[in-house]
Design a protein around this ligand. Structure first.
Ligand SMILES: O=C(O)c1cc(=O)[nH]c(=O)n1[C@@H]1O[C@H](COP(=O)(O)O)[C@@H](O)[C@H]1O
Length: 232
């Protein structure tokens, strides 16, 4: 089975994260290492997950001048991660330099993904930072820019997937956090959808954190979400 689920390993400690990892295998999901665990544990943690044969999405959302971002992306490629991301709002030149630096890696290069508008943001959040567009409009604009830069896909909310799929073609990867099973708490997320609705809309990968990591039995919740996605 090639699961569409990427579990966001947003735990405070290595022990908590490994407790989940030890109960599952790479056919059930890929794993995302984000700012919290990477800042605490660094590359050794990523390597531990890779030794267990998990594909790792290094989610550090790079956003800096083009030279700095490109070099950080190269470090991620040297680490052998499966996917790495940057903020598309860093601009076209930043994304192009990041893409170009991966050329020597050929088919071993990580998937390079642009974050459009964070799934925690809605109209007012954009207005407050001077963006007078709806999340949908801004996501569409940044996704086109990301594709123009030659990246492999974008992070967006599942609510934008249908229109992006139509506009950007079948091969452009659409990675969607903001996933909430029926009845789950939204927390800080705003633009959300259930796992099955997201897949039906055309998401390639579902990033799921708290609904799994904060559950009493995370491995069981992961299995049941996987089961809900078969035959879609
Ligand atoms: O790049 C991401 O993964 C990301 C982008 C985004 O727009 N929204 C978003 O929630 N994420 C990440 O996806 C995960 C979502 O976690 P939960 O809200 O707990 O399911 C977190 O690790 C976020 O850092």
């Amino acid at each position: 089975m090639d699961s569409k689920i990427i579990v966001a390993l947003d735990y405070e400690t290595e022990a908590e994260a490994l407790n989940l990892v030890e109960q599952i295998d790479p056919s059930l999901c890929r794993l995302k290492v984000g700012k919290e665990m990477f800042t605490t544990l660094g590359t050794n943690f990523v390597k531990q997950l890779q030794e267990r044969k998990f594909d790792v999405f290094l989610d550090l959302k790079f956003h800096d001048i083009p030279n700095t971002v490109a070099r950080a992306v190269r470090s991620a490629a040297d680490l052998g991660v499966w996917m790495v991301d940057l903020h598309a709002s860093g601009g076209l030149r930043m994304m192009e330099e990041a893409k170009n630096i991966l050329e020597p890696y050929g088919k071993d290069a990580p998937l390079l993904i642009g974050v459009t508008v964070l799934t925690s943001m809605e109209d007012l959040d954009l207005l407050q930072i001077g963006i007078n567009a709806s999340p949908m409009e801004q996501v569409i604009r940044l996704a086109h820019l990301t594709q123009r830069a030659g990246l492999d896909g974008v992070v967006c909310s599942p609510q934008e997937v249908e229109i992006l799929r139509r506009n950007l073609g079948p091969d452009f990867k659409l990675v969607t956090p903001g996933i909430r099973p029926v009845g789950a708490e939204f927390g800080d997320q705003r633009r959300v959808m259930t796992p099955s609705a997201a897949v039906r809309s055309g998401s390639d990968y579902l990033v799921i954190g708290r609904p799994i990591t904060q559950a009493e039995n995370p491995a069981e919740v992961l299995r049941s979400i996987n089961a809900s996605l078969t035959n879609i």
